[in-house]
Ligand binder design. Structure first.
Ligand code: AHM
Ligand code: MG
Length: 334
């Protein structure tokens, strides 16, 4: 039997293979793995540890924070700010970006993170996750960070990944040379390479959308879903968990599309460009898929604000292209 490869070994081997992966990035990825283990431990104990339910506070989006949201945010912040690699962090749970090490003068990287995605599913014991991406700083080392370090296009991501706290705990990430997935062995608390070179399968079989939004979605999305429904039973299946990271992961393995559309009341949709759309768009692209909003490639959007939202259609290339044909067949983006 071949020797199992740990996450740490894989990260170290990648460092030798790809010159841009510096020692700092290796340490940063290792820190994310450590924080993931701590959050995973707490997620698994949630029902016993008195940390189910709301924390009593709201995040910057006026959404009620769950106790686990706050715990996950604090854990990632504590571990990432303690290392020397990170100059600044943008978190879905924090109003403004966080500067590390003397106004962000040290550290080559900026991290964007959704510490606990799918938090409405915590109390019902359904899979949730963490989504992250890493960018190189734009301002020179030794200078304070500025907003331009945080508002970078998705094309500038150096690493993107997610941790899925599911029936098993997985860490999936890309450094721009394919996507690899690692599964935690809970007995020893170690991630092992379990899903090398992940790619969307050629045949896509799943579409995922919150059906209650459909009548308010653009005509193109309605037309596309109408087409999917016509093939129900003979090909496609509808699946929607309500944790983006979980819906995305399933569709990556089985083939499919995830849609969170714009609506009249929320023309920008719900999902956040920097914390959710960009990282998953980069992973999708590296796995042979693609991601768009109503008008353009997600990775090409120039962000204007840290907490900017975007409609999000991500998954197998043929299905996203099918949606694009619907935009063209209707009068275009509304
Ligand atoms: P969160 O980051 O606060 O958990 O919100 C994002 C979540 C996604 O995980 C999920 O796909 C979506 O919101 C579900 O929204 P809805 O309940 O409107 O379908
Ligand atoms: Mg989220």
């Amino acid at each position: 039997m071949p020797k199992a490869i740990t996450l740490q070994e894989f990260i170290m081997d990648s460092q030798a293979e790809f010159p841009f992966v510096s020692g700092q990035l290796t340490r940063l990825l290792t820190d994310i793995g450590v924080a993931a283990k701590i959050v995973n431990h707490q997620v698994n104990r949630a029902g016993l540890a008195g940390i189910l339910g709301q924390s009593g506070s709201q995040n910057t989006h006026n959404e009620d924070q769950q106790k686990l949201d706050v715990f996950a945010d604090k854990t990632f912040m504590r571990i990432l700010t303690a290392g020397k690699s990170v100059a600044g962090i943008g978190s879905e749970e924090q109003e403004d970006y966080i500067l590390c090490h003397d106004q962000g003068k040290e550290g080559k990287y900026v991290v964007m993170i959704d510490p606990l995605d799918g938090s409405s599913n915590i109390d019902v014991n359904v899979s949730i996750g963490t989504i992250f991406s890493i960018y190189r700083r734009v301002t020179l080392l030794g200078e304070p960070l500025s907003s331009q370090d945080f508002l970078q296009k998705g094309t500038e991501q150096v690493v993107a990944g997610y941790i899925l706290y599911g029936s098993s705990t997985m860490l999936v990430y890309t450094t721009g040379t394919g996507v690899n997935g690692f599964t935690m062995d809970p007995a020893i608390g170690e991630f092992f390479l379990s899903h090398p070179k992940m790619e969307f399968p050629e045949s896509a079989i799943i579409y995922s959308i919150n059906d209650a939004l459909l009548h308010k979605a653009p005509q193109a999305v309605q037309k596309f879903i109408g087409g999917c429904r016509e093939t129900l039973g003979v090909g496609l299946k509808a699946r929607y968990i309500g944790s983006l990271v979980t819906d995305f992961h399933r569709n990556l393995i089985k083939g499919g599309i995830y849609l969170y559309p714009s609506t009249e009341s929320n023309p920008e949709g719900k999902l956040r460009l920097m914390y959710e759309c960009n990282p998953l768009a980069f992973i999708a692209q590296q796995a042979g898929g693609t991601a768009e909003n109503n008008t353009s490639d997600i990775l090409e959007i120039q962000p204007r604000a840290l907490h900017e939202r975007s409609p999000f259609y991500v998954g197998s290339r043929n299905m996203v292209q099918g949606l694009r044909s619907c935009w063209m067949a209707t009068s275009g983006p509304e």
